[in-house]
Design a protein. Structure first.
Length: 131
């Protein structure tokens, strides 16, 4: 369509989905940060909140290998807060957001879901999106 002088249909996809550029960027940072913090492990929203809390600046500096994890956790916290409109980061609102955003592909990543251990809630992990 571009060679016909028409707009790029990919440029309109986020508008069609009702997604702002800020929302897309924040979600991309959440996915990247979760991947740094948890790799391909299945985690629940409580695990995510604990990881963010573990690296709170109030707990003091963290050295060495944990630096990347600390920075990723801080990015996840800030991006989740933005996506939730400043709500407290608690498992319920974070789980609702994850449910709304599951399987949304951003920068070749997506968040997938499975039934949690013992049938309680859901577990999540970041996966590379299929090509």
């Amino acid at each position: 369509l571009l060679w016909l002088g028409m707009s790029d249909p990919l440029d309109t996809q986020s508008t069609i989905r009702g997604e702002s550029e800020d929302e897309r960027n924040n979600w991309a940072m959440v996915l990247e940060g979760l991947e740094v913090c948890f790799g391909s492990a299945w985690v629940n929203t409580g695990d995510v909140i604990r990881k963010i809390s573990e690296f709170s600046p109030l707990l003091g500096p963290h050295e060495g290998a944990k630096r990347a994890e600390r920075e990723a956790a801080a990015t996840v916290a800030a991006s989740l807060s933005d996506l939730l409109g400043g709500q407290r980061l608690e498992p319920g609102p974070v789980g609702s957001l994850f449910g709304r955003m599951k399987d949304r592909i951003v920068d070749d990543r997506r968040l997938t879901r499975k039934q949690g251990r013992g049938g309680a809630g859901y577990e999540w992990r970041v996966e590379k999106a299929p090509a």
